[in-house]
Design a protein around this ligand. Structure first.
Ligand code: ADP
Length: 272
C-alpha cells in the first residue's frame, strides 16, 4: 500500500499554512496518503481574550501544563479550532486543488476519549481538585472514517476535539491526537510541525538541535524539554509504541518546503 503520512500543524504563532499545503499537494501528487491534524491554542487564546474569557492553564503535580477547559472554554475552543482554523486550512488546501475534508473527533466518533473525572492542579504549592474540566484521554480512533476518506482521495483535516463515552465534546491534546491517529493508521511517518526547528539541547540555541533520538533516549529527552514540548515527546513515544515508523519534530514556520524538509529528516527524528 502507498505510504501514509500524518502531519500535525502546531497552533503556535508562526506556523505557516501555505507552504505546508503546497508540500501536501506534492505528496498527494506522489500518491501518498496524507492526514492533517491541527492545533489552535493561539487562536483559542486570542478569541478567549476577545470575548472576555482569557485562557487559564493548570499544571499537574507531575509538571505538565494544560488548558483548563470548562464548558465556556470548550465553546471558545470549538469556535477557534473547528470553526476558524479547520475551515481556513481546508480552504487553503482546496485553493491548491486538494480535495480536503474537514472534520473533528465528534464526527462519526472519530476520536473517542475517556473524560477525566477530577484533575489535580498545583496552585501556590497546594493541590486543588478540578471537577468541571472537559478534557480527556483518547482511547479509540475510528480508522474506518479516515480510510474511507483516503480511499476516495479526500485529504482528512482533523480538529482535535474528541467525543466522550457520554458523547460530550472534550478538549484533547493535538500532538497526542495526531500520535494516536498515526498509530491507528499504522502510518509510516508522523510529522509534528511547530515554530522551532526541533528539540534543542540548550533551548533556544539552534546549534544545539538534537537530530536523532533513539527509543531508549526518550526519557532523557523528556527531562530536558519544558512546557508543551513534553507533550510532543510523549506523542512521539506513543506513536512509536503504536507502530509508527518514524516521528519527526520539525520547523513549520519556514516558508521553504517545511514538510518536504521534515520528511528528509531536518528536525528531531525519533525511531524505535
Ligand atoms: P505547537 O503550538 O506548535 O504545538 P508548542 O508551543 O506547544 O507548539 O510547543 C513548542 C514549544 O516548546 C517551542 O516553541 C518552545 O518554546 C518549547 N520548548 C521547550 N523546550 C524546548 C526545547 N528543549 N527545544 C525546543 N523547544 C522547546
Amino acid at each position: 500500500m502507498s505510504e501514509t503520512i500524518v502531519i500535525k500543524l502546531g497552533g503556535a504563532e508562526g506556523v505557516q499554512f501555505e507552504p505546508i499545503c503546497k508540500d501536501v499537494a506534492a505528496l498527494i501528487e506522489q500518491g501518498k496518503r496524507v492526514v492533517l491534524v491541527h492545533g489552535g491554542s493561539n487562536e483559542a487564546n486570542l478569541l478567549g481574550e476577545a470575548v472576555g474569557s482569557p485562557p487559564k492553564f493548570i499544571t499537574s503535580p507531575s509538571g505538565y501544563t494544560s488548558r483548563y477547559t470548562n464548558l465556556e472554554t470548550m465553546e471558545i475552543f470549538c469556535m477557534a479550532l473547528n470553526g476558524k482554523i479547520n475551515t481556513f486550512l481546508v480552504q487553503a488546501l482546496q485553493k491548491m486543488g486538494i480535495n480536503a475534508f474537514g472534520l473533528c473527533g465528534l464526527d462519526g466518533r472519530l476520536i473517542q476519549a475517556k473524560r477525566k473525572g477530577a484533575i489535580k492542579s498545583i496552585e501556590n504549592g497546594k493541590i486543588r481538585l478540578i471537577r468541571d474540566d472537559y478534557t480527556g484521554k483518547i482511547d479509540n480512533i475510528n480508522t474506518d472514517i479516515l480510510n474511507t476518506l483516503l480511499d476516495m482521495n479526500y485529504v482528512p483535516v482533523v480538529a482535535p476535539i474528541a467525543i466522550s463515552h457520554e458523547s460530550d465534546a472534550l478538549n484533547v491534546d493535538a500532538d497526542r491526537a495526531a500520535a494516536m491517529i498515526a498509530a491507528a493508521l499504522q502510518a509510516d511517518q508522523l510529522l509534528l510541525l511547530t515554530a522551532v526547528p526541533g528539540i534543542m539541547k540548550n533551548f533556544p540555541d539552534p546549534s544545539s538541535l538534537i537530530e536523532k533520538v533513539a527509543y531508549v533516549e526518550i526519557e532523557n529527552v523528556l527531562n530536558l524539554v519544558e512546557g508543551r514540548m513534553k507533550k510532543k515527546v510523549l506523542g512521539a513515544q506513543e506513536a512509536l509504541d503504536g507502530g509508527v515508523g518514524q516521528v519527526i519534530i520539525a520547523d513549520g514556520s519556514t516558508l521553504d518546503a517545511p514538510v518536504i524538509n521534515a520528511i528528509a529528516g531536518h528536525g528531531t527524528s525519533f525511531t524505535k
